[in-house]
Unconditional design. Structure first.
Length: 318
C-alpha cells in the first residue's frame, strides 16, 4: 500500500517540481514585463521587448483545427474497428492507423513541407480563396506554409491516439445494450448514435483530451510547416507561430538573460495552457455527467425509498 501510494505521488510531484523550476528561471522576465507579456505582440530581440500573444494564438488555433478534423474521423475509425466480423481486414486497418503514431515528428514535418503543403495549397487554399475570399477566415494570401497546413498535419498526428482510445472505449460498452437496442427494432445507426456513443462519451472525451495535449505540445512538425511568423491573423491561410516552435527555434540563440527568461516564460505559459484546458475539460465532463445523473429517473424498489434515490442523485455530483 505504501509503495503504491508513493508511486501515485510521483506524477504530481514531478509536475510541481517542473513548474517551480520554470517559475524560477522565468522570474526575471515575469518581473520585467508583467501581465503585459500575455497581451503584447512585440518580439524584438534587439530592444529586448517580448510578448507572447502571437504564439498563444498560433498554438490554440492549430490545436483547434486539428481537433475539428481528427475527432470525427477518429470516432468513425473507432466505430469501424470496434464492429465484429471481418477480423483480418479490420486488424490490418487498425494496425495501419496505430503505426501512424510510430512515425517520428520530423518525418511528418518533411512530408507536410514537401507533399501535403503544396497539395493543400493547390487543391484547397487556391480554390477556396478564389470563391470564399470575401470571408475573413479564408481571406489573405494562400501559401503552402500556413495555419491550415499546420492544423492538418497535427490532425494526422493525433488521429492514432483518438482512434485507438475511442476503439477500446467503444469495445468496452456492454454487449447487452447493443443487443437490447437491436431487439427493440433500432437500426445500426440508431444503436450507434443513441446507445453506443452516449455510453462511450466519457472515454471518447478523455481520448479527445489526450489528442489535445499532443496537439498543443507538438514542435518539430509544426515548426516546419506553419511559416514561423509571429502575428495574430484571422486568416487560416496565413503563416503563424506556436509556443513550442519559437522555443525550439530561438533557445540556442538566446544570448541575453531577458531573452532566455522570455523563452522559458513561454514554456511556462504552454504548461499552464495545457493544464488549464485539461482541467476545464474535466470540469465540463463532470458537469455533463452530473446533469445526466439528475435527469436519470430513480426507480424505488424494496430496498430503496424516494429519499435514498435523492441522496444517490446528489452523490453523482459530489
Amino acid at each position: 500500500m505504501g509503495a503504491s501510494f508513493a508511486a501515485a505521488l510521483l506524477p504530481p510531484l514531478a509536475l510541481l517540481v517542473i513548474t517551480v523550476v520554470l517559475l524560477q528561471l522565468a522570474w526575471l522576465g515575469m518581473v520585467q514585463y508583467g501581465p503585459g507579456f500575455l497581451t503584447s505582440s512585440i518580439w524584438d530581440q534587439v530592444r529586448l521587448q517580448f510578448g507572447a500573444l502571437p504564439y498563444i494564438f498560433g498554438t490554440v488555433v492549430t490545436a483547434a483545427i486539428a481537433l475539428i478534423l481528427a475527432v470525427p474521423v477518429g470516432i468513425g475509425v473507432a466505430l469501424f474497428l470496434a464492429e465484429p466480423g471481418q477480423a483480418g481486414f479490420r486488424s490490418v486497418i487498425g494496425t495501419g492507423v496505430e503505426l501512424l503514431a510510430a512515425i517520428p515528428s520530423v518525418v511528418y514535418g518533411l512530408w507536410a513541407l514537401f507533399v501535403m503543403g503544396p497539395f493543400v495549397y493547390k487543391a484547397l487554399e487556391l480554390p477556396i480563396s478564389s470563391r470564399l475570399g470575401f470571408l475573413a477566415l479564408f481571406a489573405g494570401t494562400p501559401r503552402p506554409t500556413s495555419l491550415l497546413s499546420a492544423g492538418l498535419v497535427l490532425a494526422v498526428m493525433v488521429l492514432p491516439t483518438m482512434a485507438a482510445v475511442s476503439r477500446d472505449v467503444i469495445q468496452a460498452v456492454p454487449g447487452g445494450l447493443k443487443e437490447a437496442s437491436v431487439a427493440l427494432g433500432a437500426t445500426w445507426w440508431e444503436t450507434t448514435w443513441r446507445v453506443i456513443l452516449p455510453a462511450a462519451r466519457p472515454g471518447i472525451f478523455g481520448a479527445t483530451i489526450l489528442a489535445l495535449g499532443r496537439a498543443l505540445g507538438e514542435t518539430i512538425a509544426v515548426t516546419m510547416i506553419i511559416g514561423n511568423r509571429p502575428q495574430v491573423s484571422t486568416h487560416i491561410f496565413e503563416p503563424a507561430y506556436t509556443l513550442a516552435a519559437v522555443i525550439a527555434n530561438e533557445f540556442t540563440e538566446a544570448t541575453t538573460p531577458l531573452h532566455t527568461a522570455a523563452l522559458i516564460e513561454l514554456g511556462l505559459i504552454l504548461n499552464a495552457l495545457t493544464l488549464t484546458i485539461t482541467l476545464l475539460a474535466l470540469a465540463l465532463l463532470r458537469a455533463l455527467q452530473c446533469t445526466r445523473g439528475r435527469r436519470a429517473p430513480a426507480l424505488p424498489s424494496r430496498n430503496t425509498n424516494r429519499a435514498g434515490a435523492r441522496v444517490h442523485r446528489r452523490a453523482i455530483c459530489a
